[in-house]
Design a protein around this ligand. Structure first.
Ligand code: NAX
Length: 338
């Protein structure tokens, strides 16, 4: 057995929390030899739901689960934590302007960042799931004084997995055969799902395979612009329409894969995650932007894969999404939060 890890999950009484807890406790995230201690952070309205989940966790008698604590105190939740999964956020209410939404979330992610800086373990790393995820991660990273800001990432793995799923369907192949898809930019409708570098296990490029299947490169390009990109970027809304509720199990799965790969090393090719920019690809420093990333599982977290090229159309799509991130950052700055 390895030593145990302390994982803090915020919004643990919510839908994604409920889909996360049991898989983490079963060893799906950190492996079958790593015991886990779970800290569930909620607001008073969510505590009973989190406590109920804790009772059910007990009833599973997971061999890897050392402890479960439910709290409404961010200080208690993050004290000694090594991994944070920041799921709880303020959803956009009716008539709520973007500035109100950002202000409400700054009131959550600012204090959580401060609590992390105060008490989390020195190797702490967090993934922000709660929306607007990129900017919430930016707020938390800025509030966590003294902690390297690269410790905060935001989830775009769900978008990445959605893109792979769409390609697998279009090519009638298994998702496992597809590598090196990229989500660039914001976890929002402006994101740019990019297949320019994507490959299949048999060595062909995804683009060539699409062109073969669709009757040529022009048809493949049209499919990418008219079907693939809008469908991936709009998949969250599609799930709400069909299921009657937002993505839950797929979001929890993506969060688990994000942390698993960051902690234990990414697999074939790269994946996508929103990380703090150090100026890669011309993205302003400090923005939390989705890039192609790899992790060696050596404690250093995700590194951006550099040196990839864009065609002019791809560059324009990426820049539009980065412009949205800049606007969100400026709106938060205007509130005096950063
Ligand atoms: P739910 O409303 O079911 O759960 C959210 C939970 O967070 C609630 O139990 C609430 O009490 C709690 N909470 C609110 N403020 C809190 C605070 N200050 N501290 C601790 N807990 C707090 O939402 P759910 O479906 O679980 O979604 C959670 C978040 O994930 C939302 O912001 C949602 O928009 C976001 N998503 C992000 C995705 C991504 O890919 N980045 C995809 C899925 C999802 O839409």
């Amino acid at each position: 057995m390895e030593r145990s890890s302390t994982i803090t999950i915020t919004g643990a009484g919510g839908q994604i929390g409920y889909a996360l807890l049991f898989r983490i406790a079963a060893g799906d995230m950190l492996g079958p030899d790593r015991p886990v201690r779970l800290r569930l952070l909620e607001i008073p309205q969510g505590v009973r739901a989190a406590e109920g989940a804790a009772l059910e966790l007990q009833d599973c008698a997971f061999p890897l689960l050392e402890s479960v604590d439910v709290t409404v105190s961010a200080e208690d939740a993050f004290d000694g934590a090594e991994i944070g999964m920041l799921v709880g956020a303020r959803p956009r209410g009716p008539g709520m302007e973007r500035a109100d939404l950002l202000a409400a979330n700054a009131g959550i992610f600012g204090p959580q960042g401060a609590a992390i800086a105060k008490g989390a373990a020195s190797g702490f790393r967090a993934v922000v799931v709660g929306n607007p995820a990129n900017t919430n991660a930016l707020i938390a990273a800025n509030a966590a004084e003294g902690m390297p800001e690269g410790r905060f990432t935001a989830l775009t793995r769900l978008d990445h997995n959605r893109a792979v799923g769409q390609l697998a369907e279009a090519l009638e192949i298994g998702a496992g055969a597809i590598a090196d898809v990229i989500i660039w930019g914001n976890h929002s409708a402006t994101q740019f799902p990019d297949i320019a570098h994507a490959q299949l296990a048999d060595g062909r490029t995804v683009f060539d395979a699409l062109a073969d299947r669709m009757g040529g490169p022009i048809a493949a390009l049209a499919w990418l612009d008219d079907v693939f990109i809008p469908r991936v970027a709009g998949r969250g809304a599609e799930i709400i329409e069909v299921r009657g509720s937002s993505s839950v199990a797929s979001a929890a799965n993506a969060a688990i894969e994000h942390v698993r790969d960051e902690q234990r090393g990414s697999r074939r090719g790269w994946t996508s995650a929103a990380v703090v920019s150090r100026g890669e690809y011309g993205v302003p420093e400090g923005l939390v932007c989705s890039f192609p990333v790899i992790s060696r599982g050596d404690g250093e977290g995700y590194r951006v894969v550099e040196g990839l090229d864009f065609d002019p159309r791809g560059r324009a799509l990426f820049e539009a999404s980065v412009a949205e991130l800049v606007a969100e950052r400026d709106a938060v700055r205007a509130l005096g939060v950063l």
